[in-house]
Design a protein around this ligand. Structure first.
Ligand code: EPZ
Length: 419
C-alpha cells in the first residue's frame, strides 16, 4: 500500500488549480440515470470515488466512457438492465446510495445495499427512506438491502429532521420524475445541492429554491440528456488555503468560488491569515503565528465539517486556546490521536476538542481513518519539523486528485512511495 512521505518546513508558494468537486460529481453522475440518452460531464475529478460510481452505473447497464486526463465522463443510460447497488460497491462508498432515488423514479424499483457504519459516525439513511415512503414508495429492509418499489412516485410535503446533503439530493432527483409537486422543508443549502438542481433543471426538471432551506420540485414526465460542467471543489480549495496559512506561504488558488468558502475565509482572517480575491482566484498569505480561534461545524453556510480536521491542524500551532465543536457527525475526531503523536496538545470532550497551540509539530509515522483526516495529516506533515509518513493513502485518493503533485509544484518536499 502506498504511503506519502513529507519533509516538513517548506514555505509553499505559487499557483494551484482546483479540481471539480467530488461531492457534486457523485450526485450529478447519479442523476444521469434519469435521462434516456447520453449525459456528458466535464471537470470531473480523477478520484477513486468517481471510479466506483462509474462501476456502479456500468453495473446498472449504462454505457460509461471516461477520459481521466480530460476530466470528462459520458453516461448513456438509455438501457438499464439492473436496479441494484451491491454491497461490494456501497461498502467502499456510502454515496452509492445516491442511486436509490433516481432508480426508483426511472424504473419503479431499486435494491440498494444499506451502508454500514463509518469511521466518522453512524451515518444512517433513514431520512432518505422516510421521504421516499411519503412519496408513495414501499420500502423493506431485507438481507442488508433496501428494497424499494413504487409504480409511480407522487409529490409530497417532506420535512427533514436533520439537514442531510445526500438526502436532499436523492429526493430532489426522485421528485423530478414524480407525479405532482414535492416540497422539501429544512433542505440542505450546500452548493453541491445547487449544482445538482442546476443539472436537473438543464435536463428539464422544474426545481425552485435550491440553495435555500425550502426546495420545490414540480415533477415532469421525462428528462433529457445534456452536457454539464462540475463545480469546483470547495473542500480542496479550503485544504490549500490552510496549507498556505500553515507554511507561511503565498498561494494563489485558481478555478475556485470564493462565496463557497466564506465561513472558512472569515475564520482564517480572524486567525491572522491574509486572503485577497484576485481576478482569477484567491491569494492566501500566511504572515505570522496563527491566532487561535473557535470553530463550530454546521450545515452550509456554516463552517463545513469536511474542513474541521484541517482547521484543527492550523489551531495546533495557534497562539492560545481554540475550541473546535463538531455538530454534524458524532465521531469525527479520529485524527486527534494521530496529531497528538506529532506533538499537538488536544483534549477531546464529547463533541468538542480543546486545542492548545504549541510552538511546533514534529514529524512522525501516522495513519488516517477517513478522507479529511488524511488531508489533515498531510497538512500537519507540511508544517512539522522532520519527516512525516502518512499511511492508508487510499482514503486520500478517494477525494483529492494528485494532492502530492499539486503540493510538490508549490515547493513541498512530498512524495508517494509504494510499499
Ligand atoms: C455529505 O454526506 C458529504 N458526502 C460528506 O462529505 C459531508 O461530510 C456531509 O454531507 C456533511 O456536509 C457527499 O456529499 C457524498 P448528511 P451525507 O446526510 O450526505 C445525519 C467527505 O469527506 N443523517 O448531510 O452522507 C448524519 O448521520 C464527506 O467528502 C441522519 O441521521 O451527510 C449526520 O449526522 C464525508 N439520517 C447528519 O445527518 C439520514 O438519513 C448530516 O449527514 C441522513 C443523515
Amino acid at each position: 500500500m502506498d504511503k506519502i512521505v513529507i519533509e516538513g518546513g517548506e514555505r509553499l508558494v505559487g499557483d494551484v488549480e482546483i479540481s471539480g468537486a467530488k461531492n457534486a460529481a457523485l450526485p450529478l453522475l447519479a442523476a444521469s440515470i434519469l435521462a434516456e440518452g447520453t449525459t456528458v460531464f466535464e471537470n470531473v475529478p480523477t478520484l477513486e470515488d468517481i471510479r466506483t460510481t462509474r462501476k456502479l452505473l456500468s453495473n446498472l447497464g449504462a454505457t460509461v466512457e471516461a477520459d481521466e486526463k480530460k476530466h470528462s465522463v459520458s453516461v448513456d443510460a438509455s438501457k438499464l438492465i439492473s436496479h441494484e447497488a451491491p454491497y461490494e460497491l456501497v461498502k467502499t462508498m456510502r454515496a452509492s446510495s445516491l442511486v436509490l432515488g433516481p432508480l426508483l423514479a426511472r424504473l419503479g424499483k431499486a435494491r440498494v445495499s444499506l451502508p454500514g457504519g463509518c469511521a466518522i459516525g453512524a451515518r444512517p439513511i433513514n431520512l432518505h427512506l422516510m421521504a421516499l415512503e411519503k412519496m408513495g414508495a414501499e420500502i423493506k429492509i431485507e438481507h442488508g438491502y433496501v428494497e424499494a418499489k413504487a409504480k409511480k412516485l407522487r409529490g409530497a410535503k417532506i420535512y427533514f429532521d436533520i439537514v442531510t446533503v445526500t438526502g436532499t439530493e436523492n429526493i430532489m432527483m426522485a421528485a423530478s420524475l414524480a407525479e405532482g409537486t414535492t416540497v422539501l422543508e429544512n433542505a440542505a443549502c450546500e452548493p453541491e445541492v445547487v449544482d445538482t438542481a442546476n443539472l436537473l433543471n438543464r435536463m428539464g426538471a422544474k426545481i425552485r429554491g435550491a440553495g435555500t432551506d425550502v426546495i420545490t420540485i414540480e415533477g415532469v414526465s421525462s428528462l433529457k440528456p445534456v452536457s454539464y460542467r462540475v463545480m469546483p471543489d470547495r473542500i480542496e480549495t479550503g485544504t490549500f488555503m490552510i496549507a498556505s496559512a500553515l507554511t507561511r506561504g503565498n498561494i494563489k488558488i485558481k478555478d475556485c468560488i470564493e462565496e463557497h468558502s466564506m465561513a472558512l475565509i472569515i475564520k482564517l482572517r480572524e486567525a491572522g491569515v491574509e486572503i485577497k480575491v484576485e481576478g482569477d482566484g484567491i491569494r492566501v498569505i500566511g504572515h505570522r503565528r496563527i491566532k487561535s480561534v473557535d470553530v463550530k461545524t454546521l450545515p452550509y453556510p456554516g463552517f463545513a465539517t469536511d474542513m474541521q480536521a484541517q482547521m484543527m491542524v492550523l489551531m495546533t500551532l495557534g497562539d492560545g486556546l481554540s475550541v473546535i465543536s463538531e455538530t454534524v457527525f458524532e465521531n469525527r475526531f479520529m485524527h486527534v490521536s494521530e496529531l497528538q503523536r506529532m506533538g499537538a496538545d488536544i483534549r477531546v470532550d464529547g463533541h468538542s476538542a480543546l486545542v492548545k497551540g504549541v510552538p511546533y509539530l514534529s514529524g512522525a509515522p501516522v495513519m488516517a481513518t477517513d478522507l479529511r483526516a488524511s488531508a489533515s495529516l498531510i497538512l500537519a506533515g507540511l508544517a512539522a519539523e522532520g519527516t512525516t509518513e502518512v499511511s492508508r493513502v487510499y482514503h486520500l485518493d478517494r477525494g483529492y486528485e494528485r494532492i502530492e503533485e499539486k503540493l510538490s509544484r508549490l515547493g513541498a518536499k512530498i512524495k508517494r512511495v509504494g510499499t
